[in-house]
Write a protein that binds this ligand. Sequence first.
Ligand code: GTQ
Length: 346
Amino acid sequence: MDAELGRLEDLPADYVAALRELNLVPLWPSLRAVLPPQRPQPKTRATHWPYRSLRPLLLQAGELTPIEKAERRVLVLANPGHGLEKMQASAAMYLGMQLLLPGEWAPSHRHTPNAVRMVVEGEGAWTNVDGEKCVMRRGDLILTPTGLWHEHGHDGDEPVVWLDVLDLPLVYYLEASYHINGTRQTVKPEHGERAYARGGLLPTPVFQRSAKAYPMLRYPWDETRAALQELAADQPDLEAVQLSYSNPETGGDAQNILGFYALMLRPGQALVLPVRSPAMVFHLIEGNAEVQAEAQRFTLAEADTACVPGYSAVSLRNGSADAPAFVFIADETPLHRKLGVFEQRG
Ligand code: GTQ
């Protein structure tokens, strides 16, 4: 058992005042708060954002606020455990649902936080990232890594919605968050998803290697879905049919701070995840699934998003006995591993 430590109230008021005057703080009254026993006490709460409820409010934002007055028309999925005004889903993850209407243009900018988009609904939108025009179709994952120019446009005739996942809370906390506005991008003919279309085969130009830190920017959903189904068929005993979105040149994580994965739950499958230090986000692309984290249980319908804190017991269950469920997962694993604080218990 931990010894009980002295409280601030135990100290003479004039002593505390003298400390404050010199910008000094006694550690012992706060020691247990910053170093709690056995495991962290996350502010992040298990939270569910049903798409059915947020969609009408997002479409209403399209009527209330023109794109010129928003630049990015986004409703932020804020975790109440952190306070809504902090606009964070977890310690390091930000989530937003972004709406772009036909004919609109979200102007070019670049910023220090890394972003990805997971396309939720609608046809005809595109995002230019570093001069590469990425079409946006449901289930596609599109990267906009740190420092790269990006702009969103829409040539279709129905609203387009996507989920933004950024490491903004971390970069903001580091006092390293800022943006620069730019002008309309010149589109180049390259498409990383074509160059790296086959796993295990790398483009190998004789005269130069790719100089791009992020060679693949769009991960089309039809490819990801097919890869999951082929993996499931190839390994019928595999417990977790999961793929990582990776950088095809390095084989490492697609981005430096957050990790991105696609998981297929077989019909009727229940999956108990190991307790690990990073927080996780689940976004249901197809099917239906249940997420249980500690005392909470959420039933995810298509396009629903949920967040769970690190160090919690999480289990997933496919609610259908006939059809697979496809889940997009974002987590803080690359960050935890780089910092040396990654942990898996049990
Ligand atoms: O689309 O560039 O949700 O800059 C937050 C900040 C989206 C974007 C967000 C952004 C963007």
